[in-house]
Design a protein around this ligand. Structure first.
Ligand code: GLY
Length: 372
């Protein structure tokens, strides 16, 4: 098996992201060296558990590690106070001690929830991320952002708590629906768009084959995405500056997710892809980049058969002013000013508060007009 290793350099909290096809079958051997005693607690998504739990537990058995599992319902609503309480109380009843390891086995919802539970259990226990969605493998499992949602918005309650190891099994991606895979690809494309024009060109050439199932290409895309994120996190763990670039497309995305009720009408990664296209369009209208850049972004998303435009979102949306009002709820609002991630070119994003609302309104008005 080709095994890629990406280090996340954070001093005494450094860890590795291991990426390979079939890695789940050897998870026990990779986790064993971290353990003070041969016992772990697994918290999984019920759907993922149905598909993959026996592979994980067989590998733990083979490594002589005892295990217990709590399966939670699939879906964003699991990132809530009631499920956080359920996880923490279950871990206590399983007698998970300060030096033990908790395994988060699922997509971004499970990783965020279980990471947060680990951060508060006994004032902090270690955890291992085994991300099973493309989005979780390239983004949410790496970098230590953990948390749950509030009625006021997504991810508003949480902590930075780095995992001790991340195991990304590329073969598991083969069990995702095409829609879920492509939603995760929105985050992959984001890395090229924000900081690596060469990677974006590589995606233009290889994206369709990668989406069709080529595991070598998938491994390369996950490795390059994780390497970029690891570098940014190592330089700016708590998002004082550069890490905000990872939010390219996200201000538009969060407004669209709120407008569609965080429902199946729009998955997070789909919103990121549409948001990246809108961020580049806004950048072009502000004269920051050429019109060729947003055209290239949209052409690639369309080539990937991804949601690209507001016309790809079913049902009603608010008007431009309504969407801007939703954008102002974003976490990146500081002292009433919203920070945007804009771009000077593909691979060259930067943070700015200097976005003229009239330009924003014209971009959104034109984008909404394509829905007519
Ligand atoms: N998902 C954005 C970040 O980890 O900073």
């Amino acid at each position: 098996m080709t095994l890629a290793k990406v280090p996340v350099a954070l001093g005494d909290r450094s860890y590795e992201v291991l990426i390979g096809a079939g890695l789940l079958g050897g998870a026990g051997a990779h986790i064993a060296p971290l353990l003070k005693r041969p016992k772990v607690a697994i918290v999984s998504d019920a759907h993922v558990a149905d598909l993959h739990l026996t592979t994980l537990t067989a590998s733990l058995d083979a490594a002589g590690i005892s295990h217990s599992n709590l399966s939670l319902p699939q879906g964003e609503s699991t990132k809530s106070w009631p499920h956080l309480q359920e996880v923490v109380h279950w871990l206590l009843s399983e007698q998970i001690e300060r030096n033990d390891i908790v395994i988060a086995f699922g997509g971004g919802v499970i990783g965020d929830l279980v990471g947060f539970a680990a951060s508060i259990l006994r004032r902090g226990v270690r955890f291992v991320q085994i991300p099973t969605s493309l989005l979780a493998q390239v983004d949410s499992s790496v970098g230590g952002k953990t948390g749950i949602n509030a009625p006021h918005g997504k991810n508003l309650i949480g902590a930075f708590h780095q995992p001790s190891l991340v195991l990304a099994d590329i073969a598991v991606l083969g069990t995702l629906t095409a829609r879920d895979f492509l939603a995760g690809y929105g985050e992959v494309a984001k890395y090229g768009l924000l900081g690596d024009a060469g990677f974006f060109s590589w995606l233009e050439a290889n994206g369709p084959a990668l989406a069709s199932g080529d595991e070598a290409l998938r491994l390369e895309a996950v490795k390059r995405s994780v390497a970029m994120k690891a570098g940014i996190v190592a330089r700016d763990e708590t998002e004082q500056g550069e890490r905000a670039l990872l939010n390219l497309g996200h201000t538009f995305c969060h407004a669209l997710e709120a407008a569609t009720g965080y429902s199946g009408r729009l998955l997070h990664g789909e919103g990121v892809a549409i948001g990246c296209a809108l961020a580049f369009e806004t950048s072009a209208r502000l004269g920051l980049c050429s019109q060729e850049a947003p055209s290239r972004v949209r052409a690639h998303l369309k080539d990937m058969k991804m949601k690209t435009d507001l016309s790809d979102i079913a049902g009603d949306l608010p008007d431009a002013e309504g969407l801007i009002a939703l954008m102002m709820q974003d976490k990146k609002v500081s002292a009433g000013t919203l920070n945007f991630i804009m771009a000077r070119d593909i691979g060259s994003a930067f943070v700015t508060a200097d976005v003229d609302t009239a330009v924003l309104k014209s971009v959104l008005t034109d984008a909404l007009a394509t829905r007519a």
